[in-house]
Design a protein around this ligand. Structure first.
Ligand code: CA
Ligand code: CA
Length: 240
């Protein structure tokens, strides 16, 4: 009986020690947990501060494009400037090959009127037979404007060979792909001219300086279908 009592006392003693050890470990874990929670809270607060900084910096964002042949952006876009479509003389081998949008209100730095070698730039007119069978209104020999548009969207793309945007993209404008006549001496880039262009007042005469022509697809290396021979290519400017 006495032996059993001694053994029981020893067991109780061991249990008390074990309980004390467990209490110490629990306190340690609790402290570690508090430290981890504090670290996470600090990280969260830091992240929140950085997130809240973004709108207060008033960063300008978005995309820009030129709407060739029009003098107004669509309602949701901001006009950066209105201008005149321009480029090289069709007969020039040199000068810049790209079509540019020259602002209506130019400003100058230094200039000298001289006959030194220079590139040249002229206003643009559209050359199509009338009726063109393509444009909805008469556009032959009309000088065309342009407008630079800013939109609060991250991406903008001009797609040649499409009259419609792909799903998930917004239409900015649709038109026809135009460039230099293939027989003229100097090339130009392609631009997407609005399907219903505005005209520059008094520009209906046949000036033949910088000229834009419709662009047709040619079968061969270009597969037909889906393309077709001698068909005027559409184009579209889309944003997202
Ligand atoms: Ca003209
Ligand atoms: Ca002409």
């Amino acid at each position: 009986m006495l032996q059993k009592l001694v053994s029981l006392e020893q067991t109780i003693h061991n249990l008390k020690n074990s309980l004390t050890d467990s209490k110490i470990r629990i306190e340690e874990l609790s402290r570690e947990n508090e430290q981890t929670t504090q670290t996470l809270n600090n990280l969260l607060a830091e992240k929140k501060d950085k997130t809240e900084e973004l709108p207060t910096k008033n960063v300008a964002y978005g995309s820009v494009y030129i709407r060739w042949g029009r003098n107004e952006c669509k309602d949701s876009a901001e006009v950066i400037y209105k201008g005149f479509t321009a480029g090289k003389n069709y007969a020039d081998k040199g000068s810049g090959s790209n079509t540019i949008c020259l602002p209506e209100d130019p400003s100058w730095l230094n200039y000298s009127t001289s006959d030194h070698p220079r590139g040249t730039v002229y206003g643009t007119e559209i050359d199509v037979e009338e009726p063109s069978g393509v444009f909805e209104n008469k556009v032959g020999n009309q000088d065309i404007p342009c407008v630079a548009c800013h939109i609060k969207k991250g991406s903008v793309i001009m797609i040649p060979g499409r009259g419609h945007c792909y799903t998930g993209w917004n239409l900015e404008y649709a038109g026809y792909l135009m460039t230099e006549y293939h027989g003229h001496p100097g090339p130009q880039n392609h631009v997407c001219v609005d399907h219903h262009p505005d005209f520059i007042q008094g520009g209906g005469g046949n000036a033949d300086e910088h000229i834009l022509y419709l662009t047709i697809s040619k079968c061969g290396s270009l597969p037909c279908p889906p393309y077709a021979n001698d068909r005027e290519l559409a184009c579209v400017v889309c944003s997202k």
